[in-house]
Write a protein that binds this ligand. Structure first.
Ligand code: FAD
Ligand code: NAP
Length: 321
């Protein structure tokens, strides 16, 4: 069935940015927000991890389902209408802005908050990567590094992210080995210098790809990796408790906005300085990982969600004057 719904503020995305924008701020500002969750990953990236230890006030909380369920509950309790739909088409060229949902519903809005997040890239096509995700295989050192105190770790990748993650992981690990598919890193020189000087970093395994993550079944956990030389096919086995995939982030600005909004750093939406306002006509705000190539944390995303809602409220008040 197709119908049209109008809201003062439409929030697209149900990660920490979306729920904070919608539930905690926009609803309390009486903006009657509608929040569209997205079908693939309602609750956002934190639904792909097991424990979250760095969200203030929760010493240790399960990513799925606890933290995101609580955020959703909070949003609903404040009066946000949370809808399980996916926005497939967005017209930001005129007000009211129009968003088409996969369900057939058309949403019109005076202000739009984009909070569609980002996604770490995985190697893909590797069943053992899939099997141990959240059980030794991670794509976020800041989030999961702490769990590998005194352990050996492998990092896959050769860019700034891989080198930064490897360096960060030396704070916890006994040893970190970088596996890279070429014989040269694309990371910045200064980072490479730091990497090479760090005593906990093993000489990188050049020209190797990750062939398999190996581990125990019960309890499920990683014990090492098998890496394959790209030219000779020779296999090298490395013991490790943690495997960090650091091969970049998929462009966060997805089909919805990539040709409409200004982006930088590989697809992150540009916002005005000290603001969540985007590059196009007033009334469209972007928050969270969608705009953030640097911090990419739940708490920073929530903070930007708050900013976006406050800015949307001010924008709507101006229109109403
Ligand atoms: P996301 O959480 O990415 O949510 C985006 C939302 O947008 C999703 O709900 C998705 O369904 C929705 N969406 C996308 N497209 C559409 C569409 N077309 N229509 C409707 N909805 C759409 N951070 C920490 O602070 N601590 C941690 O311990 C931590 N652990 C992590 C572990 C892992 C494995 C990963 C991958 C990340 C981790 N992070 C952690 C990072 C954290 O998850 C992100 O910084 C945060 O989730 C970003 O929030 P966000 O609201 O911007 O977007
Ligand atoms: P990136 O620069 O695209 O590097 C990705 C790395 O992963 C490359 O070394 C690539 O190998 C490797 N890789 C990609 N796909 C792979 C696969 N399927 N299998 C094995 N290896 C694979 O990504 P990034 O490091 O995340 O950086 C993204 C952007 O953010 C860059 O602009 C970067 O400068 C920026 N950034 C900046 C900082 C900083 O300034 N401190 C920190 C982090 C990120 P190849 O080299 O062979 O292509």
């Amino acid at each position: 069935m197709s119908d049209t719904r109008h809201t003062k503020t439409l929030i697209i995305g149900s990660g920490p940015a979306g729920y904070t924008a919608g539930g905690v701020y926009a609803a309390r500002a009486m903006l009657n927000p509608i929040l569209v969750q997205g079908g693939m990953e309602p609750g956002g990236q934190l639904t792909t991890t097991t424990e979250v230890e760095n969200y203030p006030s929760f010493i240790d909380i399960q990513g799925p389902p606890e933290l995101m369920v609580k955020m959703e509950k909070h949003a609903r309790a404040m009066g946000t209408e949370v809808i399980g739909d996916i926005i497939t088409d967005l017209d930001l060229s005129k007000r009211p802005f129009t968003a088409k949902g996969d369900s057939g519903t058309t949403y019109t809005a005076d202000a739009v908050i984009l909070a569609t997040g980002a996604r770490a890239k995985w190697l893909g096509g590797l069943p053992s990567e899939e099997k141990f995700k959240g059980f030794g295989v991670s794509a976020c050192a800041t989030c999961d590094g702490f769990f590998y105190r005194g352990q050996e770790i492998v990092v896959v990748g050769g860019g700034n992210t891989a080198v930064e993650e490897a360096l960060f992981l030396t704070n916890f690990a006994s040893k970190v080995t970088l596996i890279h598919r070429r014989d040269e890193l694309r990371a910045e020189k200064i980072l490479i210098n730091r990497l090479m000087k760090n005593e906990k970093i093993e000489p990188p395994l050049w020209d190797h790809t990750l062939e398999e993550v190996v581990g125990d079944e019960n309890p499920l956990g990683v014990t090492g990796v098998r890496a394959k030389h790209v030219k000779t096919g020779e296999i090298t086995e490395i013991p490790a408790k943690g495997v960090f995939i650091a091969i970049g982030h998929a462009p966060p600005a997805n089909e919805l906005v990539k040709d409409v909004l200004e982006t930088h750093m590989g697809g992150y939406v540009v916002t005005k300085p000290d603001s969540t306002a985007t590059s196009i006509p007033p009334g469209v705000f972007a928050a969270g990982d969608l705009t953030d190539h640097k911090y990419r944390q739940a708490v920073t995303s929530a903070g930007m969600g708050c900013m976006a809602a406050l800015e949307a409220e001010a924008f709507i008040a101006e229109q109403d004057d």
